[in-house]
Design a protein around this ligand. Structure first.
Ligand SMILES: *Cc1c(COP(=O)(O)O)cnc(C)c1O
Length: 365
């Protein structure tokens, strides 16, 4: 695919009237995701039957593109195409859903993609395999004690982009997922989709949160439409302080907070709770058992890093504080992450699987 063919994919983005007061609304998007993902009743095991829980299936936004990231990246790639960029540069970890989605979208658009990958060694997780299959160029840097993204990673992305520009003459688009840009409009757009799916009938929305654009879109959409839904943002990576800081940056980007930080802030829009368990990307035995049980009883496959932890916490809270949720109608946003499961840990959980028998033994009994 060449520049001309890419330009033909640009679609004008007509933001709904309720976004009128926002600044920096992107002008275009490309259509990469499956939209209008269904909302289904979710009969989660281990919670009282009287609780009405539903699930928005944003794990169905695509196959390799599944999950929440593609929603925002439709705006990012449109911007890259509008600027005439032919190559993409970004960063992430070996198991990153963001890198997997970026790599896949870039390859479908015929754009080479280059990533700084912070990991001590190359690994064999599901997302990493897909990053490789889609031809991403990856440059490993040691991940010593949690890198400071802005100081230690982002400058390397820019250096790399500069080198590619010099050597190839390509126009390089650099994407910093830690900085507000058009991708934060992804879930504002999803909120518009939710309005057409009777979102106002819900009292609560539960979503997992790390770099915050998903929470931001849902919370701001809820606010601007005066839906009065309680938004529970369950923080499954980083800290609450980080999430609040990021969300405030986003509020300033769209003009809902003054540059000096005055005006409503993150926690006026949503309720943020840290639900890290054993830590970012680490899964407890209990959480693994929960993922198995949910898949067995409901057919829903949750990811281990984000959506699974958020659902685990939600079920815990519904049990521990039933009075708080009685009579409520809850919508859980499935943000995807199925490829997180292919890192060996889930397979280990089935080492002693009672559902596997020799045919002969089963018939003899
Ligand atoms: C990135 C991610 C999240 C967190 O969304 P943010 O918008 O970064 O807060 C949740 N679930 C999955 C599967 C993700 O990949």
């Amino acid at each position: 695919m060449d520049t001309k063919a890419r330009e033909q994919l640009l679609v004008k983005y007509n933001a709904p009237a309720w976004m009128n007061t926002l600044s920096n609304i992107p002008s275009h998007r490309i259509k990469a995701s499956m939209e209008n993902t269904p909302i289904e009743r979710w009969y989660l095991p281990g919670i009282p039957e009287e609780f009405e829980v539903y699930i928005k299936r944003d794990d169905l936004t695509g196959c390799v593109l599944s999950g929440n990231k593609v929603r925002g990246l439709e705006f990012i790639f449109a911007e890259a195409i509008q600027q005439g960029c032919t190559t993409l540069c970004s960063a992430g970890s070996t198991q990153s859903n963001m890198v997997r989605t970026l790599a896949s979208m870039a390859s479908s658009l015929g754009m080479p993609a280059h990533f700084i990958i912070f990991a001590d060694k190359d690994t064999k997780e599901g997302n990493n395999l897909l990053q490789r299959m889609t031809g991403a160029h990856r440059y490993m840097i040691p991940n010593v004690g949690g890198l400071e993204f802005d100081q230690e990673v982002w400058p390397k992305v820019q250096q790399l982009a500069e080198k590619i520009r010099k050597e190839t003459g390509e126009l390089v688009y650099t994407f910093n997922f830690g900085s507000p840009s058009s991708h934060i409009f992804g879930y504002l757009k999803v909120f518009d989709e939710l309005l057409s799916q009777d979102v106002e009938s819900f009292t609560d929305i539960v979503v997992s949160c790390t770099t915050v654009p998903t929470t931001f879109g849902l919370a701001v959409g809820n606010h601007l439409n005066e839906c009065n839904i309680k938004i529970h943002s369950l923080i499954t990576g980083e800290s609450k302080a980080y999430a609040v800081k990021e969300m405030n940056k986003m509020l300033r980007y769209v003009g809902l907070q003054e540059v000096d930080g005055s005006g409503p802030s993150a926690e006026d829009y949503c309720h943020m709770t840290e639900t890290l368990g054993d830590g970012y990307g680490k899964t407890t035995q209990e959480e693994i058992e929960f993922l198995k049980k949910v898949a067995t009883k409901t057919g829903i496959i949750l990811g281990s890093t984000y959506s699974g932890k958020a659902a685990y916490h939600m079920v815990k809270e519904l049990n521990e504080q039933p009075d708080k949720f009685r009579g409520k109608k809850i919508l859980f946003i499935h943000t995807g992450g199925v490829f997180e499961l292919f890192d060996g840990r889930m397979q280990n959980a089935f080492d002693k699987d009672d559902n596997v028998k020799q045919w002969k033994d089963a018939m003899d009994n």
